[in-house]
Design a protein around this ligand. Structure first.
Ligand code: AQP
Length: 327
């Protein structure tokens, strides 16, 4: 089985990325041949700082290994190191409809925030479709926010297969049962995000323990006192219940039963401690890995070689089936 997922090297990774991304990557790598891509070409679709892109790429590489990706088992690579990705995006733009791109909610949301809306922000889901399809991917572990983009990738694969002959596996998304969309602690109706929302509401993977405690303590809840899962009526508490479930592995009913009648104070303290317990060893591993840029560079170069070899046959098949002269 082939597994593929991508993560952007912009902004500081947070507990939402852990829930929808990192922890799922480490779990799914056990199920087959996995490719994890640091999608730096995606990072330039919104205004970015060139000096930060290189650092951010190495930061995310270190975080992938720190959260359990085994470089001997899985392929970790940088998107721009494998030119097939940019080429596939152009070829696939021929089978992607303008109308479907215009319906992408992430584009609409991000376009509202940007002063300059780049063409790349609009066409980004085609690049993402190519990322996935180049590897004949069976499953894509992602968070809930990527559902629509994955659906587009599936449509693109089916349209290409129909028009030019069977070329791509049509991939399936793998979403977490709990924690598929971690919300901002200060605005529980807004997704926790690298680039949007107040930083007080975003628990970063590298936040020191006391910062995590303060952020969770000040999380917005409601005027009640029941630790009960009800995302519509109790968005803040439900988000914290999901976070506790992600960090401890307990089910939502188990958590509700454990905090029955206990009020929010102790509950919040224990949510914070569970996050601290989870992130402390990850942070220590991260610091160690991040300090050795030479080794990170070596692992990424190795990953790029493997990714080039794995994606080349698909790209060649795309060119041939579309009728390009391969002389
Ligand atoms: N809040 C979230 N809850 C669960 N999963 C999430 N992911 C992102 N936010 C949450 C998942 O993390 C993986 C990598 O994310 P990404 O950096 O490639 O995508 P993103 O959606 O752009 O991440 P951010 O942090 O929200 O950055 P912004 O919005 O600033 O661009 C993906 O699998 C994603 O689903």
């Amino acid at each position: 089985m082939r597994i593929f997922s991508g993560i952007q090297p912009t902004g500081d990774p947070h507990i939402g990325n852990y829930s929808g991304g990192f922890r799922q990557y480490a779990a799914t790598q056990e199920r087959g041949e996995a490719f994890f891509c640091i999608v730096d070409l995606h990072a330039i679709t919104i205004q970015h700082d060139p000096a930060e892109l290189r650092q951010g790429t190495l930061d995310i590489a270190a975080m992938l290994f720190a959260t359990g990706i085994d470089p001997n088992r899985s392929v970790v690579f940088v998107q721009s190191h494998v030119t097939a990705h940019a080429e596939a995006a152009w070829l696939l733009s021929a089978v992607t409809s303008y109308g479907q791109l215009a319906r992408m909610t992430q584009f609409k949301e991000k376009a509202e925030d940007e002063e300059f809306v780049s063409a790349g922000l609009f066409t980004y889901p085609i690049l993402m479709a190519g990322d996935i399809l180049l590897y004949q991917t069976d499953i894509v572990p992602i968070g809930d926010d990527q559902r629509q983009h994955l659906e587009l990738a599936r449509d693109v694969a089916q349209r290409f297969n129909h028009r030019f002959g069977e070329t791509f596996v049509v991939p399936e998304g793998v979403f977490p049962d709990t924690g598929g969309r971690v919300m901002n602690l200060q605005e529980p109706d807004v997704k926790m995000s690298k680039s949007r929302g107040a930083s007080q509401g975003t628990v970063l993977m590298l936040d020191p323990p006391d910062t995590i405690r303060k952020k969770v303590k000040s999380a917005v809840t409601d005027s009640g006192s029941d630790v009960r899962y009800d995302p519509d009526a109790k968005a803040g508490i439900s988000n914290l219940i999901e976070l506790l479930s992600v960090t401890t592995g307990e089910s939502i009913p188990e958590i509700e039963a454990r905090y029955d009648g206990s009020g929010y104070g102790r509950f919040k303290e224990e949510v914070a401690e569970s996050i601290v317990t989870l992130l402390t060893p990850i942070r220590a591993r991260y610091e160690e890995l991040r300090a050795d840029e030479g080794e990170l560079g070596r692992l990424l170069a190795l990953g790029a070689d493997k990714a080039r070899a794995a994606s080349a046959p698909t790209l060649e098949a795309m060119y041939e089936r579309m009728g390009f002269a391969r002389l």
